[in-house]
Write a protein of this length. Structure first.
Length: 109
């Protein structure tokens, strides 16, 4: 869910924050790289819904490969900070589950 309008505020205040970076061009020199691991973990473990369920080792390898790729492209000079905030509180899980059921029901109709 995040903080409402936080990304927009950051982007407006620091326009160089949001740049397209490719492996061939490379980014400008970056001192610190901060990663929100929750998004990375989710995308690496649920990337393809048609795929057979991944084992824990495969999930970890995907996560490590993705982080390695980011580090190779961005090359942080001083700091790599990986933040994981744990699982959501029960109330948030219930709210998300309720929204999923509601949207699935609406899709059927």
């Amino acid at each position: 869910m995040g903080i409402p309008k936080f990304y927009r505020w950051l982007s407006e205040r620091y326009p160089l924050l949001n740049q397209k970076v490719t492996a061939t061009e490379g980014p400008p020199e970056i001192d610190n790289l901060y990663l929100d691991m929750n998004g990375i973990i989710h995308n690496c473990t649920h990337a393809n819904q048609r795929e057979v369920k991944l084992g824990e080792d495969d999930m970890m390898l995907r996560i490590f490969d993705y982080i390695d790729k980011l580090i190779q492209i961005i090359k942080p000079q001083k700091l790599l900070f990986m933040a994981i905030d744990g699982c959501a509180p029960r109330a948030k899980m219930n709210q998300q589950r309720s929204r999923r059921f509601k949207s699935a029901k609406e899709a059927e109709e």
